[in-house]
Design a protein around this ligand. Structure first.
Ligand code: SF4
Length: 479
């Protein structure tokens, strides 16, 4: 019997309600995002030509997307010439199959992983487990969520939803250390556990931050050194990258090496920047014998084919739009139900993870514009969300169709009717003010009946002003 299809809308609503009812989650989200936002703001303010850098990054990414096929071909040519093997994965299942085959051929029984959201996207760990290979997350945050049996809740801070106490209890249970809230002790425990895994692993797995077409180089940014170990200690290194990671030239790199760490964590630069061009050469002491680069599409070409939504492929996964978003800051990453959360997740998930994406995702935004203001590559996220809302309402977005419910449809029709001429608008305003009058108490509307009660369930409205803006304006002009 096939499993019952998941109602993604209901799952999203339930997860959101649960998140809203969790004050500890709310506290952790607030603390972490405020801290990240403050660090980012201070770091960005120290760069005098920040806006020019953003513009430059936008242009580089835009041009790269326009010439993507040629850049990928050049990248493959150069990477191959330097000894790497390039594989193409049209879908998530292809990436898992290719990497499982490489793992089997290498004889590895365990693999150490650097943080890679794209490997979460394709559910690589589960596929490797089926192939008899144990995948070990080596990024501290990823390690925490892995041993907790959870998934990351933030692009750059996977364990953002966990408190120090949570981690202490987890490590006591899983690693057998005494309870402690000393961060150094907790980190040392994870490090000691992972060192043995690095030494034993036959396979190293990583994502890719940027891929340089002219040299066939993959570039990786990190702070913990675990990616450097994952990519150099095991005999075989597999790097999984989305097609959108390619940029034309090495000369473009400084722009992103400046923007990404400052925008992500507020650091002037990442602690470690690894630029890998092919595997270890004869005579070199470090590095893998084999470097495999798996180039993943998995819905990205469909996203690129949309002339508006394609801009989302410029994303460099800094996570700043999540921290800026009032919706993410209220419900956290898990409520979205997809690997990519926040404003960017709501745009790309329907393409990259259609089977997990609730049709409501593009609607999970106040459209306040904070995400666009912090985006280092100037992606017009509110514009894309509105665009996707249109697609969802028309049933043209991957996943379930958003059904305009009866009353919603009638309300939108009435709104459109009223907005068509000034006379109708004036009449509608007057009728609305009259209709709301019975609900006003002490200058506020605290409860509305029927479906409108959804609006007042979590907020109060000020009562409509005695005079409309137009009446006040006209009176002012006559004075
Ligand atoms: S959309 Fe922009 S702000 Fe959000 S993660 Fe991507 S690059 Fe960062």
């Amino acid at each position: 019997m096939s499993p019952e299809p998941v109602n993604l809308h209901r799952r999203f609503v339930t997860a959101t309600r649960e998140a809203l009812a969790n004050p500890e989650l709310s506290r952790l989200l607030n603390e972490a995002t405020v801290r990240l936002n403050e660090r980012r703001a201070a770091s960005v303010a120290a760069v005098p030509d920040w806006q020019a850098l953003r513009e430059r990054a936008h242009q580089i990414k835009k041009d790269a997307l326009a010439n993507l096929d040629a850049l990928l071909a050049r990248f493959e040519h150069e990477a191959t010439a330097h000894g790497a093997r390039v594989h193409h994965a049209p879908a998530a299942a292809d990436a898992c199959r290719i990497i499982s085959d490489i793992a089997r051929a290498s004889g590895a029984t365990s693999a150490v992983k650097g943080k890679s959201m794209v490997s979460e996207e394709v559910h690589l760990n589960a596929a490797l487990a089926e192939a008899g290979v144990r995948a070990i997350e080596s990024d501290l945050g990823e390690f925490i969520v892995q041993i907790a049996g959870e998934t990351p809740s933030h692009i750059i801070a996977p364990a953002l939803h966990k408190s120090r106490g949570d981690v202490s209890r987890l490590f006591a249970e899983k690693l057998g250390i005494p309870l402690t809230d000393d961060l150094e002790t907790l980190t040392r425990a994870a490090r000691e556990h992972l060192r043995a895994e690095f030494a034993a692993a036959g396979l190293g797995l990583s994502g890719v931050n940027l891929a340089v077409a002219e040299t066939g180089t993959i570039v990786l940014l990190e702070n913990e050194g675990n990616i450097r170990l994952s990519t150099s200690m095991p005999r075989v290194h597999v790097a999984l990258m989305g097609i959108e990671k390619v940029i034309p030239r090495t000369a473009d790199l400084p722009v992103f090496l400046t923007l990404l760490p400052r925008n992500a964590t507020g650091q002037p630069m990442a602690t470690y920047v690894s630029m890998l061009t092919g595997p270890r050469r004869p005579g070199e002491l470090d590095g893998p014998d084999e470097l495999h680069i798996v180039v993943l599409d998995n819905g990205r070409s469909a996203l690129r084919a949309d002339p508006v939504a394609r801009e989302a492929l410029m994303c460099i996964r800094c996570g700043a739009c999540l921290n800026a978003c009032p919706v993410y800051r209220t419900i956290g990453g898990h409520a979205y139900g997809t690997v990519y959360a926040g404003p960017i997740g709501s745009v790309i998930s329907p393409y990259l993870q259609p089977a997990a994406s609730a049709p409501d995702l593009p609607f999970a935004s106040s459209l306040c514009g904070a995400c666009a203001e912090v985006c280092p590559v100037k992606i017009d996220l509110p514009g894309l969300l509105v665009h996707l809302r249109g697609l969802a309402m028309r049933g043209d977005l991957a996943g379930e169709r958003v059904a305009a419910r009866g009353l919603q449809r009638i309300a939108m029709w009435m709104w459109a009717f009223a907005m068509r001429t000034p006379a109708r608008y004036r009449l509608a305003s007057r009728l609305l003010r009259l209709g709301l009058r019975p609900f006003v108490r002490d200058g506020w509307i605290r409860r509305l009946p029927g479906p409108a009660g959804g609006w007042t369930g979590a907020r109060d409205f000020p009562a409509p002003a005695k005079k409309t803006f137009r009446q006040s304006w006209t009176a002012g002009l006559k004075r």
